[in-house]
Design a protein. Structure first.
Length: 112
């Protein structure tokens, strides 16, 4: 079954992280905190955190967050930014200090 062009389509925020071993615990805390914010947002469907256990890939952690529709993205980003501001943290700065490298993007599923 194909989805009509007018119907809302789920969007997946996929973030890949290269996390040094010494930053693992702090990174996991940041993911828990972020997922806690995301889970309260309208349009949230589910989240997943994966850790690489085999292979030679550059990234050792992947987060996948599904939202019902891309229309929810601006409000979700604003909610995360507001919580960061309330806590007085600069997410990019903290990740850089931990030595974490990332690749992020929003994706949609394709039928093949």
């Amino acid at each position: 079954m194909t989805q009509s062009a007018a119907a809302p389509a789920p969007v997946f925020r996929i973030n890949k992280f290269q996390v040094p071993p010494e930053a693992r615990q702090q990174f996991m805390e940041m993911v828990r905190d972020t997922f806690s914010i995301l889970r309260r947002q309208q349009g949230f469907v589910r989240d997943t955190l994966m850790e690489q256990v085999a292979g030679n890939g550059l990234f050792n952690f992947v987060t996948i967050v599904e939202f019902a529709d891309a229309a929810f993205a601006p409000a979700v980003a604003a909610a995360v930014a507001a919580e960061d501001a309330r806590r007085g943290i600069n997410r990019e700065e903290v990740m850089a200090l931990m030595g974490v490298r990332s690749d992020t993007g929003s994706y949609r599923a394709l039928a093949v």
